[in-house]
Write a protein that binds this ligand. Structure first.
Ligand code: AMP
Length: 454
């Protein structure tokens, strides 16, 4: 079933081009003041479109990626509602629940609630797994308005009777597609089964796969729909390119790429935890300050690494897809896909970690011979072909010859040549070749041509 089949009211009331000011959004003075303190003047499109509906108490389906300002889009109306309808706080019984797929995102949301809610009376708590539940339970018992939670720990504490959701008024499901990817959808459904039927529900998702459309249909009542970017298109400010490289030469290429002065801070994605650790070992050998975050790291280790990255002490952070969710570090100038993701949608999530807070950003993807079909899938999803950078791989030395082989093999449509090392490509090949769909690229003697899939 398509998302349009779920009886949605489409939010076309506010044109995206019209520069709405926060002042015109009917937000109460303490929230306006907090926004001013945070330096926000103009609402982002998702905020301009969602806030009026949410202030009316409408359910909402928001199709938006992180980086679009969706946290403020749902937090501001929520804080306003709670502030205008005060109730005595009850221990362990939140009035609003925000479900997040990862602990990093949950922490990020709670930080934002504190920023936006600093002049209103609200108390929020955040719970997630992988750490001792004691302090979390203590915070719940003190009474709270808003609970930010990951699904596993929430269910755990609900089963222990430490959280009661019978008085819940607002339910926000953030990054629903990610919940699905991470296998949390059944947990989400178990949580939903315990919620009062009378409530306001918001569902945010970057993409709208079938399962999420069905879930939205079950959860939302006559929702407004707002969509700020077409499904799975990439942020326009990000320069994207691909470098063909032999798998064994990826570490050397990475070392070369991050040594570039233009790289202020790089977030490097590895498909596996083990791979992430190996990248750290390789880079440390070469004296690069870096750490990894992934599911095998303890929560304090992850927080330490993220804080060091955020403060600029670490130049490079290596992450797996799941751990990187919710990372919002303005200094990330480059996202480097050491491995291409298995799910093309993850590419969109990954590169969205750069070009934050109005800055530009670069996304560089390494692609070895086994990843060519993944690259094709990504290009189909983003509806654009990535520019091929042959120059950098050539300059990186060892990687260049192999990259050249890949280009040859792509041209012939076969796997990499099993011939001994070829000489480095000639000078005229050290140029970035930008391919346009349907056209051959002629930056070199043997144009990199892949089979076209559309
Ligand atoms: P989010 O998509 O909610 O993760 O937000 C992405 C980034 O944009 C965060 O760093 C926010 O602090 C920032 N942000 C959100 N809304 C605004 C706004 N209206 N003006 C300026 N920055 C914003």
């Amino acid at each position: 079933m398509k998302p349009t089949g779920i009886g949605l009211a489409t939010a076309c009331l506010l044109s995206r081009n019209k520069l709405t000011q926060f002042k015109s959004l009917d937000l109460i003075a303490p929230l306006q003041k907090a926004l001013q303190d945070a330096g926000y003047t103009t609402p982002t499109p998702i905020q301009a479109q969602s806030i009026p509906f949410l202030l009316q108490g409408r359910d909402l389906l928001g199709i938006a990626q992180t980086g679009t300002g969706k946290t403020a889009a749902f937090s501001l109306p929520l804080l306003q509602y709670l502030s205008e309808n005060p109730l005595k706080r009850m221990p362990s019984s939140p009035r609003a629940l925000i479900l997040s797929p990862t602990r990093e995102l949950a922490l990020q949301i709670q930080k934002s609630l504190e920023v936006y809610g600093k002049h209103v009376r609200q108390r929020s708590a955040v719970i997630f797994g992988g750490v001792n539940q004691g302090p979390q339970v203590k915070a719940l018992k003190q009474g709270l308005d808003i609970l930010v939670a990951t699904p596993g720990r929430l269910l755990d504490l609900m089963q222990q009777g430490e959280i009661k959701l019978g008085k819940l008024e607002v339910f926000i499901l953030d990054e629903a597609d990610r919940m699905l990817d991470m296998g949390f959808i059944n947990d989400v459904k178990k949580v939903v089964a315990k919620l009062p039927l009378k409530r306001q529900t918001l569902l945010f998702s970057a993409t709208m796969p079938q399962d999420i459309a069905s879930l939205a249909n079950q959860l939302l009542r006559n929702p407004a729909k707002v969509e700020v970017t077409p499904q799975a298109t990439t942020v326009e400010r990000i320069e994207q390119k691909v470098m063909f490289v032999d798998k064994a030469h990826k570490p050397a290429l990475l070392r070369h790429v991050i040594a570039d002065a233009a790289v202020e801070q790089a977030l490097v994605f590895s498909r596996t935890k083990h791979g992430a650790d190996k990248i750290v070992r390789d880079l440390k050998k070469w004296g690069v300050s870096c750490e990894a975050i992934h599911g095998n790291k303890s929560q304090p280790q992850r927080v330490r690494a993220l804080d060091a990255f955020r403060s600029g002490k670490l130049k490079v952070l290596i992450a797996t897809d799941i751990a990187a969710r919710g990372i919002d570090v303005a200094g990330v100038s480059h996202v480097i896909n050491f491995d291409l993701p298995n799910e093309p949608e993850s590419y969109v999530h990954r590169i969205g970690r750069t070009a934050r807070a109005g800055r530009d950003g670069s996304a560089i993807s390494f692609c070895d011979s086994s990843e060519r079909s993944l690259l094709n899938s990504i290009e189909r999803v983003i509806r654009k072909r990535l520019a091929v950078d042959v120059k950098t791989a050539a300059l990186a030395g060892v990687a260049a010859a192999k990259a050249h082989e890949h280009r040859q093999s792509l041209h012939s449509g076969q796997g990499p040549h099993k011939t001994p090392s070829k000489p480095l490509p000639g000078k005229h090949e050290h140029q970035q070749a930008v391919r346009k769909p349907g056209r051959r690229v002629s930056s070199a003697g043997s144009p990199p041509r892949r089979s076209m899939m559309w």
